[in-house]
Design a protein around this ligand. Structure first.
Ligand code: OOG
Ligand code: NI
Length: 454
């Protein structure tokens, strides 16, 4: 009997393998990792309190490995299979994202670890979109796209065999885990040759660039891998200094004393040479753009109340600006609107806008348990018996994701889809329920409060 390795171990192997593959495929990604590493070191040198906090929360170790990626799949069967593959790696669907509101015919979830321990071990996440062909009005082309997708199998035979083995036995030994990761990696590899003719590609492209991206290839190539920076403004400036064409604006909240949620910036997708088979199978040259670079800074996870405030302020700025966040004075207007959002940890906590992890201080631990139990968490903090750290936002933001999609789809592409969020349909396709992100943050906060009393 060989012992099973943990899902955390398999996810760690997978994250590393994806990073190595993407670095070889897109050299720019390697440059980005180096740049972010420098910025993070400089930030930790400059900000001793931040360095100390990250040490305390166990984030220092995970920072260098922390990435998220994104893929787009074509059919419910592909999504369901991916969900099973990711489960073996301890990655589970969290959050539902409807992108049709932004003119992109997909809905999505993020596969990520659920527990604090698993997140600390390796927080690798994959934003996974499912194409909604039912929103395509052209019935002939829709049927054609469906037929093309029905014919492909995005998994290797060995990936399927090892998945079945893992599910049957309840895990994988080290050697099988390594083989599983190597096989699953194939699903996300870039292919420089399309499966459709240039004519079909162009027709699909005419429906939406994203339809062409999903349907024309052998599988759901990883389209970006994003490192986490501790100072996105500095990273953005360094990128521009080195001639990397970063998107002009950072998505998400403005720069603040207490970072909240997620700030992201990306740079445009590469225009890549692709060979298309003609009717006789002869390859003809063409091009496609799908893969891009992105960096992000993560901050405090907000409660439903905090999130409602965030959404309201963001909507206010975007509506006032007309066409979204493209105007030159957007950063100023964003900062002005967010003046209304409390920007110190104590107020954010007292007003219930963010989630925090409580921890006893030495004097708190020395206090008799009965006395501690009689005090509220906030009273313990006020008396110096406990300290709090922000719980980091581990998820994504739909408006930001839409901005990222738009920029890497080549800018102005906007379609109106007569659609609405349909989480039930997504869950039916996946064959599983999506976890509510708020519930996970609440659990983490509650567990830390319970531990104060113990
Ligand atoms: C996914 C875009 C969403 C993010 O960071 O919000 C995303 C895609 O382009 O496939 O990765
Ligand atoms: Ni991303």
């Amino acid at each position: 009997m060989t012992a099973f390795v943990s899902p955390d171990r398999i996810r760690g192997l997978f994250a590393q393998a994806m990073s190595d593959m993407y670095r070889a495929e897109v050299p720019l990604y390697g440059d980005l990792i180096t740049l972010v590493g420098h910025i993070n070191n400089a930030t930790l040198q400059r900000d001793a309190a931040l360095a100390e906090r990250l040490q305390r929360t166990g984030e220092t170790e995970r920072l260098d490995l922390e990435r998220h990626g994104a893929i787009r799949v074509g059919t419910p069967a592909e999504l369901a299979m991916l969900g099973r593959v990711f489960a073996v790696m301890g990655m589970h669907p969290v959050g539902y994202y409807d992108l049709t509101v932004a003119g992109v015919p997909v809905h999505a979830t993020a596969f990520r670890p659920l527990t604090e321990e698993a997140l600390a071990a390796n927080p690798f996440r994959i934003f996974t979109s499912l194409l909604r062909l039912e929103l395509i009005a052209d019935a002939t082309l829709r049927a054609k796209a469906e037929a093309i997708l029905a014919k492909r199998d995005i998994f290797t035979a060995d990936a399927r065999t090892l998945l079945a083995q893992a599910e049957r036995d309840g895990g994988l030994g080290e050697a099988d885990a390594q083989r599983f990761v190597a096989e699953v990696l194939e699903t996300f590899r870039w292919h420089g040759d399309a499966t459709v003719t240039l004519e079909t590609y162009r027709a699909l492209h005419g429906l939406h660039r994203l339809v062409a991206d999903v349907v024309s290839f052998r599988g759901p190539h990883i389209n970006h891998l994003t490192p986490r920076t501790l100072d996105i403004d500095a990273a953005q400036a360094a990128m521009l200094e080195r001639g990397l064409q970063a998107k002009a604006l950072i998505e998400g909240p403005p720069r603040r004393a207490v970072p909240i949620l997620l700030r992201q910036t990306s740079f445009k997708a590469l225009e890549e040479e692709v060979a298309f088979p003609d009717a006789t199978g002869t390859l003809v040259p063409g091009s496609h753009s799908a893969r891009f670079g992105e960096i992000e800074q993560r901050g405090l996870a907000l409660t439903p109340a905090g999130r409602t405030l965030y959404d309201r302020l963001l909507a206010q700025v975007r509506q006032a600006g007309g066409a979204g966040n493209t105007s030159a004075d957007y950063p100023q207007r964003l900062a002005a609107a967010f003046a209304e959002f409390p920007d110190d940890e104590a107020t954010l906590r007292r007003e219930g806008l963010g989630y925090f992890r409580y921890r006893l201080t030495d004097s708190g631990a020395a206090l008799p348990a009965a006395e501690r139990a009689g005090m509220s968490p906030d009273a313990l903090v006020d008396a110096g018996y406990a300290v709090v750290d922000p719980i980091v936002y581990e998820d994504f933001l739909p408006v930001s994701a839409a901005g990222i999609f738009q920029s890497n789809l080549g800018g102005g592409e906007q379609r109106a889809y007569d659609a609405h969020a349909n989480q039930d349909a997504f869950e039916a396709a996946l064959g599983a329920k999506i976890h509510d992100p708020f519930a996970l943050y609440q659990q983490a906060q509650d567990a830390s409060i319970a531990a104060l009393r113990a």
